[in-house]
Design a protein around this ligand. Structure first.
Ligand code: DUC
Ligand code: ZN
Ligand code: ZN
Length: 456
């Protein structure tokens, strides 16, 4: 069966042009200014914008953490993802201490297989580094898990600097790459203790116990470790100018460093932690959201290509779960929902408000994550031979973000009330129309994506 998308604006990382797109058997067959095909079902795309399906390379679905489990599992999380235009998520399979990587990967397949409404792949978060785990890196690469997550904080997952160095050296041997959560854990613990001693137990103590300097210090340390290991590196969820400066310095020395940020760091500032009552808990994530100045720096860094990808760090908890920390901010589960709104927010707040171009949006949402995470050109571009993953934005469509209307399994929306100027209209997943008029038509069509090596 052939489908012909007629007269749309087709976006790539380089250009936007009016073109027709012919789809067949899940793939893109042809992209040309004028295509005639009698057998095809024709869909008029006049006035619409066609992006390569968005990729969210940073989600935490069905994760046991902070004495609870994230509110979204693969069923609810990927439904929310696909209506938001995301056709591929890359979730963090996470090794519990004492587990093998194979056990962790099998565990994540059990959580995701046959339940996902968009395509999915896995990074592997290494929490327990030892010689057996080192040997298993080959098995992960063979299984299409070519990127690894390391934490410089969180007791359950933290690796020390020497272990991070050893992981990076091992990844150099196999062509893998690590993304690292950068924060200075012992210093954060000391600041938390000070807050507690003073009786500062509310959400407003969260950002001040994890200041930007502590992220920047960890990024600096990571750059030193990566240089010593002669390894490329990804800094995940970059939030602020000081941390970005550490990346700039490392790049100036010739290091290969990739940076990711998320919509909350571009669109929210730390005044959210001063909201009345326990409202601030909704925004407790790590690293925390920063100053208005940092937002401007990050937008510019996206324009300048210094920040390569935009993901969400979707890690959702209901207000009831957040209330676990109502008497002690350190017990508030860390994380925010975001997988449903990322594409709409970046289009509306970024492109429609002229902070970024269509091409830049395409690079950070689709093309760069596809290249960085080893799925390009299968994903990340609208070109012959690629998967027919196409996210269609109607720039005329208006919508207000409301928790009451969202598919993600949370009873609040961090961007409640934001008026979207243009939003996701239709989504094709490997040639199947799965979202129409922003509504989910078909669920559980997602497949596991075996990734290759990074090539950004
Ligand atoms: N930060 C969060 O806020 N949640 C999940 C993991 C992380 O790094
Ligand atoms: Zn993290
Ligand atoms: Zn994360």
């Amino acid at each position: 069966m052939k489908t012909l998308l007629k007269n749309g604006l087709v976006v790539s990382g380089e250009e936007t042009r009016k073109a027709d797109v012919l789809l067949e058997d899940g793939k893109i067959l042809w992209v040309k200014s004028e295509i005639a095909c009698d057998e095809a079902t024709v869909i008029d795309m006049t006035g619409k914008i066609l992006f390569p399906g968005f990729i969210d390379a940073h989600t935490h679905f069905d994760l046991e953490v902070a004495n609870t489990v994230t509110a979204d599992d693969f069923e609810t999380g990927t439904r929310a993802a696909i209506v938001g235009g995301t056709t591929l998520i890359i979730d963090f399979a996470t090794q519990n201490k004492g587990e093998t990587l194979k056990e962790a990967l099998a565990n994540w397949h059990k959580k995701a297989d046959d339940k996902s409404s968009c395509d999915y792949a896995f990074h592997m978060a290494i929490s327990d580094w030892n010689p057996n785990v080192s040997r298993e890196i080959d098995d992960m690469m063979a299984a299409g898990v070519t990127t690894f997550k390391l934490y410089m904080t969180y007791p359950a997952m933290i690796l020390n600097d020497g272990e991070i160095y050893q992981v990076l050296k091992r990844l150099v041997e196999v062509g893998g790459i690590a993304g690292v959560h950068c924060e200075n854990a012992p210093l954060i613990d000391a600041l938390i203790a000070e807050h507690k001693a003073k009786g500062n137990l509310g959400p407003s103590a969260h950002p001040t116990s994890r200041p930007d300097d502590m992220e920047a210090e960890a990024v600096h340390r990571l750059m030193v470790i990566a240089k010593e290991a002669d390894s490329p590196i990804i800094v995940v969820h970059l939030t602020n100018e000081k941390a970005l400066n550490e990346i700039r310095t490392a790049r100036a020395k010739g290091q290969k460093v990739y940076a990711e940020t998320c919509p909350q760091y571009l669109l929210l500032d730390d005044s959210v932690y001063e909201k009345p009552g326990f409202e601030g808990a909704k925004y407790v994530c790590s690293p925390p959201v920063r100053k208005k100045h940092d937002q401007e720096v990050l937008w510019k860094a996206i324009v300048d290509g210094e920040v390569n990808t935009m993901s969400t760090d979707h890690c959702s908890f209901t207000t009831q779960q957040k209330a676990m920390g109502k008497d002690d901010f350190t017990k508030i589960p860390n994380g925010m929902p975001g997988v449903e709104t990322r594409g709409n927010l970046i289009y509306s707040e970024g492109v429609a408000k002229k902070r970024i171009t269509l091409e830049t949006a395409c690079r950070v949402l689709s093309e760069n994550p596809a290249k960085l995470y080893g799925v390009y050109p299968q994903k990340g571009c609208i070109a012959p031979g690629s998967d027919a993953d196409i996210t269609i934005i109607d720039p005329k469509k208006r919508k207000v973000i409301r928790a009451s209307e969202q598919l993600q399994n949370v009873d609040y929306a961090p961007f409640e009330g934001v008026e979207l100027e243009g939003c996701v209209d239709q989504v094709f997943l490997r040639g199947q129309l799965v979202v129409e008029d922003g509504k989910l038509l078909k669920e559980k069509q997602g497949q596991y994506i075996h990734r290759g090596k990074s090539n950004l």
